[in-house]
Design a protein around this ligand. Structure first.
Ligand SMILES: CC(C)(COP(=O)(O)OP(=O)(O)OC[C@H]1O[C@@H](n2cnc3c(N)ncnc32)[C@H](O)[C@@H]1OP(=O)(O)O)[C@@H](O)C(=O)NCCC(=O)NCCS
Length: 180
């Protein structure tokens, strides 16, 4: 079943069918089934889901948490503009699209929605960059399409400075800015 053109993306709730989600990466399915609700309750991660063809079907999801990195983690050119104390960041811990919704733009919608929420949050709580840990080169390529770049000493940890999205207001603005 195709995902809606502009998907509804909302916080994970009890009415969502977590068991029906399958994206081809067992660890990501299992996380949604077994840990996502607990992480939300414990304020370890916020989990957002994109609806499929019903109000309970999960077509995709992502998680957001707070974190920090060191300026020395960055390429020297970016590092020199930052202080020596920990730099605040948002972590896009997981992002997945169910197998039957992949390849239709939902991954891009989820990513732009996540970035939009981070930008909104950063007006109240400073966030310098968005970080994502990738499991393999194929997924790395997905994020690099949107301007994420690897930390020099951690090739599977990518970052996107929020300053690159400074002008973005709506999710659509974010989408236009990150689309490369
Ligand atoms: C990776 C994933 C999130 C992409 O979601 P999707 O809905 O299939 O992707 P979209 O349809 O939104 O694709 C957006 C763009 O990225 C491209 N793209 C998709 N997957 C890609 C990949 N693995 N590598 C490079 N580019 C990719 C698409 O071609 C598309 O570009 P286009 O607009 O120029 O055609 C999804 O395939 C997935 O969940 N995979 C399994 C779970 C996983 O590994 N998640 C990542 C955990 S870190």
């Amino acid at each position: 079943m195709a995902a809606p053109q502009t998907p509804v993306i909302e916080p994970l709730g009890r009415h969502h069918d977590r068991n029906g989600f399958s994206c081809g990466e067992p660890a990501l399915d299992e996380y949604l089934r077994q840990r996502a609700s607990q992480d939300t309750k414990r304020r370890v991660a916020q989990v957002f889901v994109a609806l499929g063809s019903s109000e309970s079907e999960i077509a995709g999801y992502y998680t957001l948490s707070a974190a920090a990195f060191r300026r020395d983690d960055l390429p020297p050119k970016l590092a020199k503009r930052l202080p020596h104390y920990p730099i605040p960041a948002a972590v896009l811990g997981r992002l997945a699209v169910s197998s039957n919704h992949q390849g239709r733009g939902l991954g891009e919608h989820l990513l732009t929605d996540a970035l939009h929420r981070v930008i909104a949050a950063s007006n109240a709580l400073a966030i310098n960059a968005v970080i994502v840990d990738v499991k393999n080169e194929a997924v790395k390529a997905f994020y690099q399409r949107y301007g994420f770049q690897p930390f020099p000493k951690q090739p599977m940890r990518l970052f996107l400075p929020l300053s690159t999205l400074a002008e973005a207001g709506t999710p659509q603005d974010v989408r236009i800015q990150i689309k490369q």
